[in-house]
Design a protein around this ligand. Structure first.
Ligand code: GLC
Length: 537
């Protein structure tokens, strides 16, 4: 069994999950403390955003020591304990590897910038200025927002520019240097030896850049939502050398048994790049960001996306679906911010999304808090800490909004901490919280839990084929089939009643409005935002 195909992953942003030492920032011991909750919920694996040594210019995505834990998050022993405790509960642990760049405080970079003669001089991407003193080419960094700032930072000592595709505190490593590759692979070995179950590879599509560093051709504004205004350039996206490096990474993973490699294959060529990264001998999974960014109430669009993914991946690679992560707006906010949704309606929409995510053919990732219906919080300007958020303000909300602390209960700091947390708590913690929802049989949380249990027990939901049936506008109907077992998934994306016009004979497996076990043998009329799974075998 390929556990990474059949399991459900849960992303934890360590700063925001559980504080255990009263500094207002989540930590590893906090996560260990909450493992019983995750095991009760029924997930199979966690992916932890970075907890390594870091000056936190990008909250851990700027690493200054790949093989140690930042004191904010604890110690290496705390990680070992977390791993052991997770494994006891059959939860696998995937960690985040950021190899496109390091922190500018990483000893490698400090050496590299110290002189052009230093042994590590060539570990990063250094270039001379153009004759007029300007940067070597027109590339812009991804945090610059509409300012379109250069991705090159001048260094007075070396009298050269260094490349940073993200913040200037995140210099890009030079993957063409074999010593860099060796150092990166050694750091993977370090964690594999410690027993981690795999890695999520941060911006894995950007490792290698055009060797001639030619000017980029502006192809498109890859994400013209309010989130990221940066441009994607074909000069550094998914180059053939990167794919070869990915194949070497896979070989290393395989030499340690059943480990998983998950790619953040950012690109403006979407699906094709996700596929390219996950063909045989490459990574196991790559997040489907096309899906994440395009899930709206437009059922036809969702159908088109899923059908095209399924057709493209077919038997060649395994799809992977997400609705949110630490870089994007939370799904429930995206869907409801333009409507006057009442609480009851919001919880139906959250359930609808839960069924969608957990019944597709592909590995699902739940972003922490999604399972209780957490929403973005409008973080006031004085509290914005995200480097992208600062640059986007006031045009866009940045990424702090989706990184606020997990809402465990309705107490002052939501059970996350005893002191004021690093980001504010969403006031909706009063009803959107684990403690309340655990007690409420109709909560979003209990719906997720039932769904996860059903998925775990159903080979059809995990591995079966998927086929869509034509259905009225704003509805989605698909059937998952494995041998003689057939499950129909029916979703109403509209806020009105809809007569489905399709007859099903079977029994309810799970429904937002109907009791499990209830028989169905007539035409179905769907309630607003109703979602159902029916066994029609
Ligand atoms: C990835 C991460 C994001 C980070 C960036 C730079 O996109 O998900 O949070 O800022 O890479 O490391």
């Amino acid at each position: 069994m390929d556990w990474w195909k059949e399991g459900v992953f849960y992303q934890i942003y360590p700063r925001s999950f559980q504080d255990s030492n009263g500094d207002g920032i989540g930590d590893l011991k906090g996560i260990t403390y909450r493992l019983d909750y995750l095991s009760w919920l029924g997930i199979d694996a966690i992916w932890l955003s970075p907890f390594f040594k870091s000056p936190m210019a990008d909250f851990g995505y700027d690493i200054s020591d790949y093989t140690d834990v930042d004191p904010i998050f604890g110690k290496l022993e705390d990680f070992d304990e977390l791993l052991e405790e997770a494994h006891k509960r059959n939860i696998r642990v995937v960690i985040d590897q950021v190899y496109n760049h390091t922190s500018d405080k990483h000893p490698w970079f400090i050496e590299s910038r110290s002189s052009r003669e230093n042994p590590k001089a060539d570990w990063y991407i250094w270039k001379d200025p153009k004759p007029d003193g300007s940067p070597p080419n027109n590339w812009v960094h991804f945090f610059s927002g509409e300012k379109a700032e250069s991705a090159w930072e001048w260094d007075e000592k070396r009298r050269q520019y260094y490349l940073h595709l993200f913040a200037k505190e995140q210099p890009d490593l030079n993957w063409r240097n074999p010593e860099v590759r060796k150092a990166v692979f050694d750091s993977m070995r370090f964690w594999l030896e410690r027993g981690v179950d795999g890695f999520r590879f941060d911006v894995a599509s950007f490792y290698y850049k055009d060797p001639e560093f030619r000017d980029a051709v502006k192809r498109s504004q890859a994400d013209n939502s309010r989130m990221i205004y940066a441009y994607y350039w074909d000069r550094f996206c998914a180059r053939p050398e990167t794919i070869l490096a990915i194949e070497d990474i896979r070989k290393l993973l395989d030499s340690y048994g059943q480990k998983v490699g998950i790619g953040e294959a950012v690109s403006d060529r979407g699906q094709n790049v996700y596929l390219e990264f996950t063909l045989e001998g490459r990574l196991h999974l790559a997040f489907n960001f096309d899906f994440m960014k395009n899930v709206t109430f437009d059922a036809q669009k969702i159908r088109d996306l899923v059908e095209s993914t399924d057709k493209l991946f077919d038997t060649r690679a395994w799809p992977c679906y997400v609705l949110g992560n630490h870089d994007y707006y939370r799904i429930l906010t995206r869907l409801t911010e333009d409507m006057e949704a009442r609480e009851g309606e919001k919880s139906l929409i959250a359930k609808l999304m839960a069924i969608l995510l957990l019944t597709l053919r592909g590995t699902p990732f739940i972003y922490y808090g999604e399972e209780i219906g957490m929403e973005d919080m409008d973080v006031p300007y004085e509290k914005i800490v995200d480097p992208l958020g600062k640059n986007l303000w006031p045009k866009a909300k940045g990424r702090d909004v989706c990184r606020t602390p997990m809402q465990w209960d309705n107490s002052r700091y939501a059970g996350f901490s005893d002191v004021e947390p690093w980001l504010p708590i969403n006031p909706n913690k009063l009803h959107v919280n684990v403690a309340r929802e655990r007690e409420d049989p109709n909560s979003v949380l209990n719906f997720y839990r039932s769904l996860l249990k059903i998925r775990k027990e159903s080979l059809t939901l995990r591995m079966g084929s998927i086929e869509f049936l034509d259905s009225p506008i704003n509805t989605l109907v698909y059937v998952r089939v494995k041998d003689s077992n057939k499950l129909a998934v029916i979703l109403n994306f509209s806020g009105t009643k809809v007569a489905l016009g399709i007859y099903f004979d079977g029994s309810i497996v799970l429904g937002s409005h109907r009791k499990s076990g209830e028989k169905i043998s007539s035409e179905i009329t769907l309630e607003p935002f109703e979602s159902i799974i029916i066994d029609i075998s």
